[in-house]
Design a protein around this ligand. Structure first.
Ligand SMILES: [Zn+2]
Length: 286
């Protein structure tokens, strides 16, 4: 009798393990539209899910990205696709709709922050936003895989603490940057500048560059003069988008000792979100 029970126990354990293994091996990857969101998702799901970004390096401008058939198929099979939203990665919506998988999409702009189109879409430059995203990923993962709820919670708490270090660092830097001014070549770092108390002086120009339209001559002249007269403390440049006009502005900034801060829109390969933001903050701290 005793032995039978033991056998049954072993059998039960074997079946349980098989089912368990099967679940994790066939459960598909979580996808993120850009590599910016790889770490905030991976930090939560750990080894329970694979995570793969679609835009993986700074070689691609996310604003111009078009998915391949392979990417469409990958997304169609994922239990969760994490997007930025607010028009930044709209291509994912078409795939989601075509596959009737609305419940598997998590968009930072719409679903987490409840923002609407027209809001500055470079949401990850606010660390608070990324913290909120990670919290929602933890909640989603806990629904998808109830057995590992505790793990996801622990992971979220740890990652949230890590992100708090960035926020603390911002507060420290703000003690010197508060009230400073900047020109930006695109409205890319606006949330970060706001958190540092730095005001943007060329919104109109930056919007034109991002929309891919020619900036007005008046705007360019104003910035040139502003750089020469030290009207701003920084020129913040998106390295992923350059043009003759931007090169000229960089040259003027250099000649007039205006601090240039170079950023990228997506993350360099093998750099995670924490390091990306920390490196940028170091540039302001110097
Ligand atoms: Zn952009």
């Amino acid at each position: 009798m005793k032995r039978k029970k033991y056998l049954f126990g072993v059998l039960f354990l074997a079946v349980f393990l098989l089912v368990g293994c099967n679940r994790t091996s066939t459960e598909k990857k979580i996808m993120t539209t850009t590599n910016t969101y790889y770490e905030p998702v991976k930090a939560i799901v750990g080894n329970k899910y694979e995570v793969e970004p679609i835009i993986k390096s700074t070689a691609v401008d996310p604003h111009d990205y078009k998915p391949t058939t392979k990417v469409s198929k990958q997304i169609a099979g994922t239990p969760l696709v994490v997007a930025n939203g607010l028009g930044y990665d709209d291509w994912v919506n078409d795939i989601v709709e075509a596959n009737n998988m609305q419940d598997s999409k998590l968009s930072l702009g719409e679903d987490v922050l409840h923002e609407k189109d027209g809001t500055n879409e470079h949401l990850w430059f606010s660390v608070e936003n990324v913290k909120k995203l990670s919290k929602t990923v933890y909640q989603r993962a806990s629904e998808m895989d109830k057995l590992n709820k505790k793990t996801y919670k622990k992971n979220y708490q740890a990652y949230s603490k890590k992100l708090d270090k960035l926020i603390d660092k911002e507060h420290q830097i703000k003690q010197t940057t508060n009230g400073q001014k900047a020109y930006v070549t695109e409205p890319l770092p606006d949330y970060l500048l706001k958190d540092l108390g730095i005001s943007v002086q060329d919104n109109h120009f930056a919007k034109a560059i991002e929309d891919g339209t020619d900036p007005s001559i008046k705007d360019v002249q104003e910035i040139q003069t502003g750089l020469k007269n030290h009207k701003v403390d920084y020129l913040v440049v998106n390295k992923q988008v350059t043009s003759g006009v931007i090169k000229k502005l960089v040259k003027t900034a250099k000649e007039n000792n205006v601090k240039i801060i170079s950023l990228t829109e997506t993350l360099p390969r093998s750099v995670g979100y924490y390091k990306y933001m920390n490196d940028i903050l170091d540039k302001f701290a110097k």
